[in-house]
Design a protein around this ligand. Structure first.
Ligand SMILES: [Zn+2]
Length: 131
């Protein structure tokens, strides 16, 4: 049985992150479709499952590999944007951000020091702001 399965899978693409994501998305949609009377959700789940298995059993491995790479770079961009935003929000608690009036360079100063004279690191323009 195992041997037959291995022979069947020979030369086929197999599982990857995109197919796993499609399976999980389909599972979530199936659960949702049990509670929501909206048949389109169920059909969408079936389409995702069929798509996922089409990819797993596909013999065009190069193309499936490229699809997965695109999927990974896309999700990577979303996560890094999310991380950047969280980092920026953390920084905003400690620092105040100003743009240099001359060259628009962003300058970061520690909060709670009263009025301070800021020297732009790029063009050396001096300006006074509340910290
Ligand atoms: Zn400047």
């Amino acid at each position: 049985m195992r041997e037959r399965f291995e022979r069947f899978m020979a030369g086929r693409y197999g599982m990857d992150q995109l197919s796993r994501f499609l399976d999980i998305a389909a599972l979530i949609l199936l659960i949702v479709s049990m509670f929501v009377r909206f048949p389109l959700i169920f059909y969408l789940a079936v389409i995702l499952i069929v798509w996922s298995y089409f990819r797993i059993f596909s013999r065009n491995t190069e193309r499936r590999y490229m699809e997965n790479e695109r999927f990974l770079s896309f999700t990577g961009r979303i996560f890094s944007r999310f991380r950047n935003r969280r980092y920026y929000q953390e920084q905003k608690k400690i620092y105040r951000y100003y743009a240099c009036p001359k060259c628009r360079q962003k300058v970061r100063i520690p909060k709670g020091k009263g009025k301070v004279c800021i020297t732009c690191p790029k063009c050396h323009m001096e300006f006074v702001r509340r910290s």
